[in-house]
Design a protein around this ligand. Structure first.
Ligand code: MOS
Length: 729
């Protein structure tokens, strides 16, 4: 099925099941410990041996030799995989650095060996006996230094790396009010709850990997390329994923090494990354340096806007697209957005929750706060005055499919009692606390991806949905079940959903907040075909048939779904694909973040008192799981503002803060009060579901609202994240 014209009325609009706050149907299994995660597949691989990854202790150079004799002789050791004995491996295009390094070393903690043993402890112990002789080379580890050698980045998923419209320099020079400021954001780590983990088993030439992954079809592809085996010989199973945030968009060393080791020892092998290995062995969100210039009239209307941003990556890598939102968020005839990239020998930079916007808005929305102050204009009002209902680069010919930024700003401000804010900084005191309020716009692109599903009705009227879609803690199982229930007119408990297996139809997967809308649209497509098949079997004209109360209905005839399906049932597979509505319409999600902080006047300790947000993201498929996504993302945004940082050791080239003891993330107790409201909105250009995504929108701008609240509380403007105590006092 192809989606290439705006959606008309369809069965989803009834919203008997979709749009309701159903509990997560996978919830009981999660909380009772019966959801099988990749490292716990005793059921399918009871005899699995344990692998422990040996990571490089230099950041750049060569392995001269590996002496593994003592390790091989250690108790329980079954084998050691290195580049020297692994056979030929090919680097897939998804990876910048090889997943098994050696002899060349491209970054610190790059895997150079896997020690396999009968027990986890034996593998870990023996790994310490592996002696590696390195020839280290000098590396480049400091973005601030390497920025001098930056070049224009290539294009990325968010478009060209640099755009220029009008005459920015001229307009900026002549602007009555102007702002020119530089912001820094640090490297960050996803720090999802479940580390990367894989159990691998071979049966002849067929490889099965139970692995924790967001994108099953990409995992099949990349594993086949890496090992040089046909895709049909690879099965990926990833039914439960304990968080990903982008870290699990692509397979990592655990997957490749588990597969290699299982082949080598002729027995299943499982490999998990230890928490302190993740920061340097896998990917991270790259640090940025961002310069923002805005020229505005005295009325606050932006005439000229420029966003230049620098980030680094390994040779062959890509930029953090921090300028993405600046292309679309505010008006301004003269615009320039440029991404620069420096080569660094730090571990690979890549996508982390809302890549681009999450850090781009930390800069842009603090800049807007600074501009509002220069204009003596309320920050909410400044944003309202700069709303634009079409793509500001392309003009009115490319309108937004839907855009309720202004509504979000107004309603969010009202719910948060924004009018009580004292605009003069440093004036409000509550005992020892300086109290302030801040806000920011939220913006994140709306991407869609082709997505398929197989849906069946059996002879007892039970519905089964199968798709390789993943549920990374987001609620995919539930919203896909809601979609099938709505389309087929059955209650939710008649629907079973099976996900995360490459034996099922290929879905859009979980990434870039496209998962919810795209994967349910795939279920919708399959259900449209299934309805047709069932109606025909029941002897109805397919176009007249309605599906409700467990029946197929036309005129005054009702046939039970089970009877329509017949004793053998009906199975249909279909897929939603997309035409050019994404090009014809700018598609994005919007919101407004608000935050109140207290800052200890003596110590500089920052405490968030309240967060509030209003969001418009098309149809909200399940208000409960959507709210959970957004409050989680707002919490992560608070982390970006106040604590998260991969501290770089610029001498040796690695991230120092690599476990949860020193890479700080907020916990529930850090955010006592969160208020979230969604707009009732349908976007008929995004898909027949008329939905978009919220999983990333909630982090976009949340940190800037915190930073702006700190300024309002204290009068101290920090342009370097995270805003830790040492910077405040
Ligand atoms: Mo996302 S950073 O595409 O999981």
């Amino acid at each position: 099925m192809k989606f290439d014209t705006p959606a008309g009325a369809n069965p989803i609009d009834r919203q008997r099941v979709v749009g309701h706050p159903h509990d997560r149907i996978d919830g009981p299994r999660k909380v009772s410990g019966t959801a099988p995660y990749a490292y716990e597949r005793h059921d399918v691989a009871p005899d699995a041996a344990y692998g422990w990854i040996v990571g490089a202790t230099i950041a750049r150079g060569r392995v001269r030799s590996i002496d593994s004799r003592d390790a091989e002789a250690a108790p329980g050791v079954l084998g050691i995989v290195t580049a020297a004995n692994a056979g030929p491996l090919k680097k897939s295009e998804s990876h910048v650095a090889a997943l098994l390094g050696g002899p060349t070393i491209q970054h610190h903690d790059q895997a150079i060996a896997l020690v396999v043993a009968e027990s986890f402890e034996q593998a870990r112990d023996a790994a310490r006996l592996v002696r590696v002789d390195y020839a280290a080379e000098k590396g480049r580890f400091d973005l601030a230094t390497e920025r001098a050698h930056a070049r224009a980045a290539g294009p990325s998923f968010s478009g060209p790396s640099s755009i220029s419209v009008g005459d920015f320099d001229g307009a900026f020079a002549n602007a009555p009010i102007s702002l020119d400021a530089v912001y820094n954001t640090p490297d960050q780590s996803h720090m999802m709850l479940e580390p990367h983990a894989t159990t691998a088993a071979w049966e002849g030439e067929k490889l099965t990997l139970w692995t924790s992954n967001q994108m099953v079809a990409w995992a099949v592809r990349d594993l086949a390329v890496t090992l040089g085996i046909p895709k049909k010989n690879v099965r990926i199973v990833s039914p439960f994923v304990g968080g990903g945030f982008g870290a699990k968009l692509w397979i990592r060393a655990d997957a490749v090494l588990a597969a290699l080791a299982a082949r080598r020892i002729g027995r299943p092998v499982k490999v998990a990354l230890a928490r302190p290995q993740i920061a340097n062995n896998t990917t991270h969100r790259p640090a940025t340096i961002q310069r923002i210039r805005i020229g505005a009239g005295k009325d606050g209307r932006i005439d000229a806007i420029s966003h230049e941003t620098w980030s680094g990556d390994l040779p062959g890598g890509g930029p953090e697209t921090a300028g993405a939102q600046t292309r679309l968020l505010y008006r301004g005839e003269h615009r320039r957005i440029e991404h620069f990239l420096s080569e660094l020998d730090l571990p690979e930079g890549n996508a982390m929750r809302a890549p681009g916007e999450a850090v781009g808005l930390l800069a842009l929305e603090v800049a807007m706060d600074e501009l509002a102050e220069k204009l003596k204009l309320d920050p909410v009002e400044l944003r309202i005055r700069n709303d634009v209902q079409y793509d500001p680069e392309k003009g009115p010919n490319r309108p937004f499919s839907s855009r309720k930024l202004v509504e979000c700003l107004r309603v969010g401000a009202e719910r948060f009692h924004w009018s009580r804010r004292n605009p003069a900084p440093g004036q409000v005191r509550d005992g020892r606390w300086l109290v302030g309020m801040g806000m920011a716009s939220a913006f994140r692109n709306n991407l869609v991806g082709a997505s398929g599903a197989r849906v069946s009705v059996d002879g007892r009227g039970r519905v089964l949905v199968e798709s390789d879609m993943t549920d990374i803690g987001t609620g995919s199982y539930t919203i896909m079940a809601q979609t099938a229930a709505e389309m087929l007119g059955v209650p939710l408990d008649r629907v079973e959903v099976r996900l995360g297996d490459s034996l099922y139809p290929v879905s859009a997967g979980s990434g870039g907040q496209w998962g919810a809308n795209s994967s349910t649209a795939g279920v919708y497509a399959a259900c449209v075909s299934l309805r047709r098949a069932l109606a025909q079997k029941a002897g109805f004209n397919a176009d007249d048939a309605d599906f409700a109360d467990g029946h197929v209905i036309a005129g005054n005839r009702r046939v039970k779904l089970a009877d329509a399906a017949g004793p053998d049932g009906v199975v249909v597979e279909d897929r939603m694909e997309y035409g050019d509505l994404q090009e014809r319409y700018a598609q994005a999600t919007f919101g407004a973040h608000f935050c109140e902080v207290g800052v200890d006047a003596a110590t500089g300790e920052v405490r968030i008192r309240r967060q509030g947000g209003a969001f418009a993201a098309g149809r909200i498929l399940n208000p409960k799981s959507a709210r959970s996504q957004v409050i989680g993302a707002m919490t992560m945004g608070a982390g970006a503002a106040l604590m998260e940082e991969l501290v770089v050791d610029t001498r040796f080239g690695y991230f120092v803060t690599r476990d949860l003891a020193d890479y700080h993330v907020p916990v529930h107790a850090d955010i006592p009060d969160q208020d979230v409201v969604f707009f009732d909105e349908l976007d008929d250009k995004s898909s027949p579901m008329k939905a978009k995504g919220v999983g990333e929108l909630g982090i976009c701008g949340a940190g800037a609202a915190v930073a702006n609240a700190i300024y309002n509380a204290t009068g101290v403007r920090i342009r370097e994240f995270p805003i830790t105590v040492d910077k405040l006092i």
